[in-house]
Design a protein around this ligand. Sequence first.
Ligand SMILES: [Zn+2]
Length: 357
Amino acid sequence: MAFPDWMLSLAATASFFCFFCLCVRYRRAARLFWGKLQSRIMARTEKPLFRIAYTLYTRTKLGYLYYKMQMRKAREHYPAGHSTCYPMEFSGIKIIPISVLSDNYSYLIIDTSSSVAAAVDPADPETVQAILKEEGVMLEAILCTHKHWDHSGGNKGLKRLHGSCRVYGNAADNIPGLTHPLSHKDSVVVGRMNFKALFTPGHTVGHMIYLLDGPAVGAPSSLFSGDLVFLSGCGRMFEGSSTTMLSSLDTVSSLSDDTLLWPGHEYAEDNLLFATKVEPHNASRENKYQLVAQQRGQKLCTVRKMHRHCYASQVHHPIKDPCLPAPGETRLYHLHTVLWAVKASRPSSWLTLGFHL
Ligand SMILES: [Zn+2]
């Protein structure tokens, strides 16, 4: 027997009304149930969905288009860059941090006596080219840390403008425009400057960092760390296990304590906020956070002030240094970076894992 339409509509409305009343009556239980259901769905789908998005970003043209869109947006949003950066000079070597995209840093390292330069991760070729012109220097080399478009997207554009420019990086990373593949501990010479390439996989399979030999030119050494290490944190492990990442972090911790760190992103405030949750009563961490928060309030690039401060304290006050791992503080520094790595790899359970480390 077929029911008339009006009866079916009435039954559906009544069922919906009953369900609604039940939800209102037991809203706390319903909210709890819905929350649990949502987190279960998220836990099951988060990883596969992320893997699909990551593959599309790194292996298809879609990634490049996304990077171009991000660059256009960033130029509109931050016509003068996301942060105010200042160059630093050491006996004939000038290091210029360049604020690009929404939170990336590229670097120009200039040998002022021969007016030649190397660029680290020049992701926005127009911005980098404008500074090369302003400084009146020739681009001799691009040191690319890894394949992600926000680091490598400008390689080909700059190479077109500077035909003799060499593009360095690791072959495992499929770096656009690569002309000179590098292995662990290879050297790159640009003018009087000598860079050592260090293989540090984990963030990507072919991630490299570049160490500028400072003592050779009467300056502290400088590490251009890409997405391996930032101020008080480290990069996500997209293409490596935690063991691989830790071994790459060990490469950094084996460097001299007065090495200056020039990271690939402005993540200092985020990293220190995370560290606040892990170590709420750590005074050194708190000092560092206050300094960074003050700088970010004025949209200053934290790299510069950190470095000046670190450099001064290393030279004049060999005391507990809130910026770099001073003797006795190495464990603390490590703890933050390791916890960050764990958090990045297991977003839903970082707190538990963090406290168990
Ligand atoms: Zn990256």
